[in-house]
Design a binder for this molecule. Structure first.
Ligand code: ADE
Length: 236
């Protein structure tokens, strides 16, 4: 079973949306498991303090290294080799390639930051890898953790139907996905492109590839640097 363990100050946020729909069904079926550990259980003193003011001064609070380390050490065994991801806007951007890789392992450990940041020493000492889900700042890592888990879980064997083995969707092959159409044949004066109704599968594949390329060029030219596939469909 693929296992997700989350270290958070808000364990009651989980499973949240991960308990519904595709991920929720898979959770109930035992395809994956979710465990939320409350960092505050290792907080200090009567108030179970977990944070303190930043060394060197400045705004905000920093999650203490000793508190987070104690929480991780109590909740994980030394044999646990799952990647430990610290959700942070400062992290390396999460990509579909990394999501796929993580779906092929035993699971992940996710650490959700709050406050201004996490003491650098626990990041180093416990081998935490900082991961960002995008160039914007959330109020905490919990939603980022849910996004990360959702993206991985849908790729686990037996979660999606065959229609979305993932091979044709956005980012696979380095392109955004082509436009989709379904009935009715005409909607408010807009017709489905003729080629999609032609039954010519080679032509349809070529059209979709060209549309995907066009869309990627206008919306995400940065992705095209990495496209290694050819533009024309394979002959024969
Ligand atoms: N925590 C706050 N902002 C974040 C982001 N963009 N990605 C991951 N974790 C975060």
């Amino acid at each position: 079973m693929w296992r997700a363990t989350i270290f958070t100050l808000f364990p009651e946020m989980f499973p949240g949306p991960l308990g519904l729909s595709l991920a929720g069904d898979a959770l109930v079926r035992g395809v994956w498991s979710l465990e939320a550990q409350d960092i505050r259980a290792h907080g200090l003193g009567r108030h179970r303090a977990v944070d303190d003011t930043p060394a060197g001064g400045g705004a905000g609070m920093v999650l203490r290294a000793d508190v987070l380390a104690a929480s991780l050490d109590a909740g994980l065994t030394p044999e646990d080799k799952r990647p430990r991801l610290l959700m942070s806007p400062r992290g390396k951007p999460l990509t579909q390639a990394r999501v796929r890789e993580l779906s092929q392992g035993d699971g992940i450990v996710l650490i959700c930051g709050r406050f201004e940041g996490v003491d650098e020493r626990v990041i180093e000492a416990r081998g935490l890898e900082e991961v960002s889900i995008g160039d914007y700042v959330l109020s905490g890592g919990e939603l980022a953790a849910m996004v990360t888990i959702d993206a991985i879980v849908r790729l686990l064997p037996g979660v999606m139907g065959k229609e979305a083995s993932g091979a044709e969707e956005s980012f696979e092959g380095g392109l955004l996905e082509y436009p989709h159409y379904t009935r009715p044949r005409e909607f408010e004066g807009r017709a489905i492109p003729d080629i999609l109704l032609s039954g010519d599968h080679a032509k349809i594949a070529a059209w979709r590839k060209a549309e995907a390329l066009k869309l990627t060029k206008t919306r995400r030219p940065d992705l095209l640097r990495d496209v290694k596939t050819e533009v024309a469909p394979k002959k024969g």
